[in-house]
Design a protein around this ligand. Structure first.
Ligand SMILES: *Cc1c(COP(=O)(O)O)cnc(C)c1O
Length: 223
């Protein structure tokens, strides 16, 4: 099943996003075993994203290949475990976290690629900067030693209102385009999960993070 899902999804996104951009499919691997993740990689998945530092570390060696993304809420005191191992940090949602990633990266003589997380639905349960601060945050962080800002990340709220969600995705794309217009480093708009990825691609996302659509329903009891 994992293999068929991966092949079908890669096939569906193979034509790009309508903005002439290639789409990167990141497999969201929380609660999945290294074995399941390796099956997805064998089937063609190039990028995987973990939510929890513990899971990232536990599976790190057992998973074979793949760019390792970090996509979940990140506590500042756990950044040290990820430095030098993380392909892209999607969830930079506060200055304190950006500073810690920068500091640890400099210490490790590396540069970390990050996305600025935007709380596009203004939801209390979610992290991220308000949309209206997004560009200013980008300008502030882009010259930080130890960091390379590569774009933006957002999670759309749960809603049945497709018009509203499409509008939010377009607002994210507008922010992305504004930064990209002056900065060739900006190349990722990470937006789209199993329930809304088609809508997000229409809105201009070029990176989607899918768990359920690849692996099936999650069973949180397994971990
Ligand atoms: C779990 C998760 C996803 C994927 O969710 P699905 O609905 O299973 O596709 C994407 N992004 C983040 C940040 C996640 O935590």
């Amino acid at each position: 099943m994992i293999e068929q899902n991966v092949q079908a999804l890669l096939n569906e996104i193979s034509n790009g996003n309508g903005y002439g951009e290639k789409i990167t499919l990141v497999a969201a691997t929380k609660t999945r075993t290294a074995d399941e993740i390796n099956r997805a990689i064998s089937a063609g998945i190039s990028d995987i994203g973990e939510n929890k530092v513990q899971e990232f570390r536990d599976k790190f060696d057992a998973v074979q290949g793949g760019n390792r993304h970090f996509i979940g809420h990140l506590q500042t005191n756990k950044v040290k475990y990820l430095i030098g191992k993380t392909y892209l940090y999607h969830s930079v949602d506060r200055d304190e976290l950006a500073r810690e990633i920068a500091k640890r990266s400099i210490q490790a003589e590396t540069v970390s690629d990050i996305l600025i997380q935007i709380n596009i639905g203004c939801e209390e349960s979610k992290g991220g900067y308000p949309l209206e601060n997004g560009f200013e945050v980008y300008q502030r962080l882009k010259n930080t030693e130890g960091l390379r800002v590569k774009g933006f990340m957002a999670m759309l709220p749960l809603s049945q209102d497709q018009t509203y969600l499409a509008e939010l995705s377009r607002q994210m794309r507008a922010l992305y385009d504004k930064a990209k217009a002056e900065d060739h480093m900006i190349c990722y708009l990470s937006m789209g999960m199993s329930s809304d990825w088609q809508l997000c691609l229409k809105g201009g996302a070029n990176m989607i993070r899918l768990g359920t659509a690849i692996f099936g329903q999650r069973d949180y009891k397994q971990i």
